[in-house]
Design a protein around this ligand. Structure first.
Ligand SMILES: [Zn+2]
Length: 79
């Protein structure tokens, strides 16, 4: 297990994807995502879920079930 700032990156991820981070933190997260497969996968999952949700239920939070389905689908394709 590596302690490369994953917790911080994951906490900041949603704000990052909504483009709500300050430029310093944004740069830090971008650097982390480039070097961390786990977090960049997580970011990709968030992006996909957000896209799916925007299309299907107009910005409401993704239901856990949908989130889990997308997560599994992406895991399956990335291995
Ligand atoms: Zn990470």
């Amino acid at each position: 297990m590596n302690d490369c700032g994953c917790e911080k990156a994951k906490r900041a991820l949603e704000d990052y994807l909504r483009d709500e981070l300050g430029s310093d933190l944004r740069a830090e997260i971008e650097r982390h995502l480039e070097g961390c497969t786990e977090c960049s996968t997580e970011a990709h999952i968030h992006t996909v879920i957000t896209g799916v949700v925007r299309r299907s239920c107009d910005g409401e939070a993704a239901p856990d079930e949908l989130r889990e389905r997308v997560r599994r689908a992406l895991r399956a394709t990335s291995h």
